[in-house]
Design a protein around this ligand. Structure first.
Ligand SMILES: NC(=O)c1ccc[n+]([C@@H]2O[C@H](COP(=O)([O-])OP(=O)(O)OC[C@H]3O[C@@H](n4cnc5c(N)ncnc54)[C@H](O)[C@@H]3O)[C@@H](O)[C@H]2O)c1
Length: 168
């Protein structure tokens, strides 16, 4: 199984975004996932069994200050669907998880950059989420562990939002 989880943010409004920040974000998320998947699929197709889970984001739907990250995470969705089509005949599935706000080092760093305490940042986010809390890494891990299980073999090419409420 392969989980393409590595990620970075280099947020800025479009008019201030450098080419380097664009390339870094697209490089880690998209090129990194492409290179990892191209290697791992050799073994998965040979074994006639494989599971690939890619981390997208609700930012794929658009998020102010994240033109690079949003493009990368939307790209992860197209990448996932194409993997599902190409690799299905080898019993390899590919799905994407698109988290909303999850309390991790990434969101802690965003709070710091915005000059807010992490607690205040999480409380502000939670107030906008239907279940009235932010997500935890376990919320994502629970879905990932299902998607890589044998029981998920007929689910492929899906993007599942894990955001405490609906997204479209
Ligand atoms: N935290 C959120 O709210 C949130 C929301 C949506 C999607 N995501 C996505 O979930 C994934 C995990 O994010 P997180 O919140 O745990 O972030 P994080 O910053 O806490 O962890 C990211 C991890 O990726 C690793 N990484 C970064 N660049 C790498 C590289 N070039 N090679 C290898 N490893 C590298 C880092 O070392 C770190 O361990 C990311 O893809 C992120 O975009 C996070």
């Amino acid at each position: 199984m392969l989980i393409n989880n590595a990620g970075i943010t280099r947020d800025n409004l479009l008019f201030k975004m450098t080419e380097q920040d664009w390339d870094s974000v697209l490089g880690v998320h998209l090129k990194g996932s492409f290179l990892m998947t191209r290697e791992v699929q050799k073994y998965q197709t040979q074994e006639k069994w494989g599971r690939i889970v890619n981390l997208s984001s609700t930012s794929a739907l658009g998020n102010r200050g994240q033109v690079n990250y949003s493009a990368a995470k939307a790209g992860m969705q197209g990448f996932t669907k194409t993997l599902a089509i190409e690799l299905g005949k080898f019993n390899v599935t590919a799905n994407a998880i698109a988290p909303g706000f999850i309390a991790t080092d990434m969101t802690a760093a965003t709070a710091e950059r915005l000059g807010m305490s992490f607690e205040d940042f999480k409380a502000a986010a939670a107030s906008q989420i239907p279940v009235q809390r932010v997500g935890t890494p376990d919320d994502i891990a629970n879905l990932a562990s299902f998607l890589v299980s044998d029981g998920a073999g007929f689910i492929s090419g899906q993007v599942i939002y894990v955001a405490g409420g609906p997204k479209d």
